[in-house]
Design a protein around this ligand. Structure first.
Ligand code: GLU
Length: 343
């Protein structure tokens, strides 16, 4: 009954239980759980229902070890985090050049919902701002809206290893109040940058933002990217290996709203955040981080999530461009000892 894969995942989960890294994450959680800066998004009533004290941290290695603390099973809407992954699917559907002819990859410094297109080409600035995400959603293939949505949900399942539902009240609220998104979609239609099935595409965009995930899912999605596009637990390929670098490059330069430059400087991990309070962060070749805490800073990023990623980056030398010996050696912390004697 138990194959090699089962034994391997059993060994991983035993290590995950006893690793000193678990104690490190518990400390991190305790350090920031009482931080009460920031405000829960309330542009639609459903998001305002989130409890400010919800807080979860999950780290999954590229080998599939899972470490979690706090509210890692609490579901919330993925919101803008979906944009990075839908960009990956559009690349698979159309290839790099074709997608790039519709959506640029330039950071903006503008708000995520700015109604701005590139003056020379009429392209939206990048796939992480709303205009770019709508243009990207437009590229998702499928004969009709149901098929396109099914393809998105199937993609997220490949990343996380489980089925996802849509929060229908959030979807309906986003749809009913998304005037700015509608305005930018029609502006792009005016310039011929999106197809004329624009209302269907807007629905798809609102639906993708309303997909329910938890912190563990976000960590698994990041771990899958860190692992070259293969889910480290199910071993299923979620995205063509060729496009992993496209997705995580744009996450690094544009993933954290108009705080992306500061994030890159301080944390140095490709990441994407959403107004639901989630952050997914990739340490290529090593691990994925998923954090969930609804209170957001003025730029729209989760306050506790940023703190957690800053500490992980600093303590284990995870900044992409770090060349100095870190205070702690991650491999030793992940694997070492029984977690009781050494630390
Ligand atoms: N559904 C949101 C919008 O389109 C996305 C918010 C976000 O996470 O940035 O306005």
């Amino acid at each position: 009954m138990s194959g090699f894969g089962d034994l391997q995942s059993l060994a991983s989960s035993i290590t995950a239980v006893t690793s000193p890294f678990r104690n490190y994450l518990n400390d991190l959680y305790e350090r920031y759980r009482s931080l009460d800066d920031g405000a829960v998004a309330d542009y639609i009533p459903e998001l305002a229902l989130a409890k400010p004290e919800w807080f979860g941290i999950c780290v999954i290695t590229a080998e599939g070890q899972v470490f979690e603390v706090g509210n890692c099973d609490q579901l919330f809407t993925i919101q803008s985090i979906s944009k990075a992954f839908v960009f990956g699917l559009a690349l698979e559907d159309y290839g790099r050049e074709s997608v790039n002819s519709k959506v640029n990859v330039e950071p903006t410094g503008e708000a995520f919902n700015a109604i701005v297109l590139d003056e020379a080409t009429n392209r939206p600035c990048n796939p992480m701002v709303n205009a770019g995400a709508i243009a990207t959603a437009d590229l998702i293939k499928g004969a009709n809206s149901t098929e396109r949505l099914k393809r998105l949900l199937a993609m997220f399942k490949r990343y996380t290893g489980r089925e996802h539902d849509i929060n229908v009240p959030v979807f309906l609220s986003e749809k009913a109040t998304g005037y700015r998104n509608r305005a930018m979609a029609y502006l792009m239609l005016n310039f011929g940058m999106v197809s004329d099935r624009i209302d269907e595409t807007l629905d798809l965009y609102f639906q993708q933002c309303s997909i329910l995930v938890n912190a563990k899912d976000l960590a698994m999605m990041a771990a899958t990217l860190a692992n070259g596009g293969v889910n480290p637990v199910t071993q299923e390929r979620a995205i063509d290996e060729r496009y992993v670098q496209d997705v995580i490059s744009v996450m690094l330069t544009c993933g954290m709203y108009d705080a992306s430059g500061e994030w890159c400087y301080r944390v140095g991990m490709p990441a994407k955040s959403g107004v639901g309070g989630g952050i997914t962060a990739v340490v290529p070749g090593q691990l994925g981080i998923g954090t969930f805490s609804p209170p957001l800073d003025a730029k729209g990023n989760s306050v506790r999530g940023i703190k957690v990623c800053e500490d992980l980056s600093r303590d284990f030398g995870l900044h992409l461009f770090n060349a100095a010996k870190p205070d702690r050696n991650l491999a030793e912390w992940l694997a070492g000892g029984d977690g009781l004697n050494d630390w």
